[in-house]
Design a protein around this ligand. Structure first.
Ligand SMILES: [Zn+2]
Length: 222
C-alpha cells in the first residue's frame, strides 16, 4: 500500500513519525503522557488495583469488582446460571438484591466496615455508592508518600475481605461479626503493606490498634 502511495515531497526522506510527541520519535515517557491524556480516569483507578505489594489474586478480584464482573447473585441471575425463582437477596442484610455495588458498598452492614476504616485512618467522608466512584475518590487522597502506600491498599483489602466473608456466610452458614472482620482487615493490610515500608519502625500491634499515633510520629497531616 505504501509503495503505491504518491510521493508528496521528493526532497524529504520518508520516515515514520510518532505524532503524539513534539520530537516525532516514540519515547516511553511520551507514550505514558498520551495514555494519561486519553484514559486519565481509568488510569488513576488502575493505580489502586495493580498494587505490587498486594497478593495477585486480590488485585485480580479488585479488577473484577471495578468491571462489575463479580459472581453476585444478580449477576448470575442475569447470566441465567440461577433460576428466576431463587432469592437474590444480600446475604448480610437480606433486604436488597445482591449487586456488586450493594454487597461491597451500599449494604448497611458493609457500610459500617467502611466507616470503621475511615475512622481508623481518622478521616470523615461519605463513601460513594459505586465501586468506580469509590476508587476515584480514594485515588484523590493526598497523603505523604509513606502513608500513601497504606492508604492505597485499603479499598482493595476491604472489598476482598467483604467478599470472602460473604462467601463464608453463603456457603458455610457463618454469622458475620463486624468487629472481627474489621480487625481481620486491619491485620491483612498491616501484614501485606508493612514489609514494604522500610521507614515504618512500628510493631504490627501499633499499626493495627494505634495507626493514628503511628502516623502522628511519622509527621502526617493532623
Ligand atoms: Zn445487604
Amino acid at each position: 500500500m505504501l509503495l503505491a502511495a504518491p510521493v508528496l515531497c521528493p526532497e524529504c526522506p520518508d520516515q515514520p513519525v510518532w505524532a503524539a510527541s513534539s520530537s516525532g520519535s516514540l519515547m516511553s515517557s511520551d507514550l505514558y503522557k498520551f495514555v494519561v491524556a486519553t484514559a486519565g480516569v481509568p488510569l488513576s483507578i488502575t493505580r489502586l488495583i495493580w498494587l505490587k505489594y498486594i497478593l495477585p489474586k486480590v488485585q485480580v478480584f479488585g479488577w473484577f469488582a471495578w468491571k462489575k464482573r463479580l459472581k453476585t447473585k444478580e449477576f448470575l441471575l442475569k447470566l441465567g446460571v440461577i433460576n428466576q425463582g431463587v432469592s437474590t437477596a444480600c446475604v448480610f442484610c437480606g433486604s436488597e438484591g445482591e449487586s456488586v455495588n450493594h454487597v461491597l458498598l451500599g449494604c448497611p452492614f458493609v457500610w459500617k466496615i467502611w466507616a470503621e476504616m475511615l475512622n481508623w485512618w481518622d478521616v470523615q467522608a461519605v463513601i460513594p455508592g459505586f465501586v468506580e466512584s469509590l476508587l476515584l475518590w480514594w485515588a484523590g487522597g493526598k497523603w505523604r508518600k509513606i502513608e500513601k502506600k497504606i492508604w492505597r491498599a485499603i479499598p482493595l483489602v476491604v472489598m476482598w475481605s467483604i467478599w470472602k466473608c460473604r462467601n463464608e456466610c453463603l456457603f458455610r452458614a457463618t454469622i458475620p461479626n463486624l468487629e472481627d472482620l474489621c480487625d481481620l482487615i486491619k491485620h491483612r493490610i498491616a501484614f501485606w503493606v508493612k514489609p514494604h515500608l522500610s521507614d515504618l519502625h512500628y510493631s504490627m500491634h501499633d499499626f493495627v490498634f494505634n495507626l493514628r499515633q503511628v502516623r502522628k510520629c511519622l509527621g502526617g497531616p493532623w
